[in-house]
Design a protein around this ligand. Structure first.
Ligand SMILES: NC(=O)C1=CN([C@@H]2O[C@H](COP(=O)(O)OP(=O)(O)OC[C@H]3O[C@@H](n4cnc5c(N)ncnc54)[C@H](OP(=O)(O)O)[C@@H]3O)[C@@H](O)[C@H]2O)C=CC1
Ligand SMILES: N[C@@H](CCC(=O)N[C@@H](CSC=O)C(=O)NCC(=O)O)C(=O)O
Ligand SMILES: [Zn+2]
Ligand SMILES: [Zn+2]
Length: 382
């Protein structure tokens, strides 16, 4: 039993008080977990573009004040009544895509989405409709069921998975979103086949992880498309065979023309990892007639919509989406940790910046620069 069990913990968190404002590093009170909840001491968290997107105010579900963060690893501090899947002292990864293993989504092998707590999660609340965070005398909302930008957080028991304790938490945190998302999108959502031609739009953490997944599947051409020329070297390092910078194409030649030419008629699989709806259209239209599939991973701002001529679909191209790479977190994440520890999955290579929680605004700043793949925050270092 920990000395804090059953008590409110006061610790540091980065609170987003309003859209577009800097995060505020300050004290937060974290209430003990209720039934079927788990309180986690967060040791490390990654910063994902989706955190910045919600902070910007572009997320239709974004509400404030809130504690963002959804790429976290830590150790279970205490558990509420009825929790059986994790125990105090377990090393865990928080799951923004929970897995209850009993709803119709979880029982389906067609999706990794879980329906059990999605409604309250989308409102920034715990499953009982309340919050466990308070600061400045106010309730603070949860984010994506995880809120990892706090030294302690409370999550539903279905939103957490125990992993091997020998896996370094500054790496396993990245399996909480970016790497798993891209890797899973290639392997699970698309199921890229051996020898197939793949194009990946956007070589951030997600896009490079798609490349890694495509390599694991034995893809033929793996073409990265990015407007940042510096991403060519990154793409090659992860196993891409070709790189296209749309800004460097001859006048009058579109990226779709280029990809169709490079792949004898179009790609078997394309992935949008930018969140830009014009890019999503190009990704679809660069697919091979008859069977090419385009997977949307990027998150687009409120009000944005995708468009194409229906003829593109009539002639056999398929548009699909992927959340958390199609990975069922509680069932499949421990195997990804094992793959990392046994050298089959690159993780260390994604970390370009390291910061403390107090430096979180710098982490958001570096994320806007082209040389940042992932910034990892040490949550316990002062
Ligand atoms: N569906 C899901 O489950 C998840 C979705 N996401 C979403 O995935 C997206 C990618 O995330 P992440 O990898 O972290 O983001 P990054 O910003 O690191 O990567 C995006 C890359 O795309 C490049 N880019 C921007 N515009 C274009 C363009 N027009 N054509 C080609 N490349 C372009 C960027 O270049 P530059 O460096 O110049 O900006 C950057 O290199 C985000 O929208 C994020 O919210 C993230 C995790 C999970
Ligand atoms: N809340 C937004 C959509 C945000 C979104 O699409 N989130 C992705 C994960 S992004 C991770 O970095 C996701 O998994 N979505 C599935 C879900 O159930 O939220 C909006 O309302 O548009
Ligand atoms: Zn994310
Ligand atoms: Zn479920």
């Amino acid at each position: 039993m920990s000395s804090t069990e059953g008590k409110t913990i006061t610790c540091k968190a980065a609170i987003a008080w309003g859209a577009g404002q800097e995060l505020s590093y300050e004290d937060v009170e974290v209430a003990p977990p209720k039934a079927h909840e788990v309180r986690i001491k967060i040791h490390y968290t990654g910063v994902c573009h989706t955190d910045a997107y919600t902070l910007s105010g572009k997320d239709p579900e974004g509400a404030f004040p809130i504690i963002l963060g959804h790429e976290g690893a830590g150790i279970v501090e205490s558990v509420g009544e009825g929790v059986t899947n994790v125990k105090v002292g377990d090393h865990v990864v928080a799951l923004y895509t929970p897995e209850c293993k009993e709803c119709k989504f979880c029982l389906s092998n067609k999706t990794n989405l879980c329906g059990k707590i999605r409604a309250t999660q989308g409102k920034g609340l715990m499953p009982d409709g309340t919050t466990r965070f308070r600061a400045r005398g106010q309730d603070i909302l949860h984010f994506m069921g995880t809120s990892t930008f706090s030294q302690y957080t409370v999550v539903a028991d279905i939103s957490v998975v125990a992993v091997q304790p020998d896996a370094p938490m500054d790496r396993t945190c990245l399996l909480g979103c970016g790497i798993t998302t891209g890797y899973g999108a290639a392997r699970i959502t698309a199921g890229v086949e051996k020898g197939s031609n793949v194009a990946v739009f956007g070589a951030g953490c997600v896009g490079l992880s798609v490349v890694q997944g495509a390599v694991a599947q034995g893809a033929g051409k793996i073409i990265v498309v990015d407007v940042n020329q510096a991403k060519e070297e990154w793409s090659t390092r992860f196993g891409a065979t070709d790189f296209v910078n749309p800004a460097k194409l001859p006048e009058g030649k579109t990226v779709v023309d280029q990809l169709v030419e490079m792949t004898d008629g179009g790609c078997d699989y394309t992935f949008d990892c930018t969140g830009n709806v014009s890019v999503m259209r190009a990704a679809l239209e660069a697919c091979h007639k008859g069977w090419g599939q385009s997977i949307i991973i990027g998150v687009a701002a409120a009000g944005q919509e995708i468009a194409t001529r229906p003829f593109q679909l009539v002639t056999g191209r398929v548009w699909k989406g992927s959340a958390f790479g199609g990975v069922k977190g509680r069932s499949q994440l421990p195997d990804l940790v094992k793959d990392y520890l046994e050298g089959r999955l690159k993780v260390d290579e994604f970390i370009t910046h390291r910061k403390t929680l107090a430096e979180i605004n710098d982490a958001f700043e570096v994320m806007k620069q082209g040389d940042c793949i992932r910034a990892v925050l040490d949550m316990q270092k002062a």
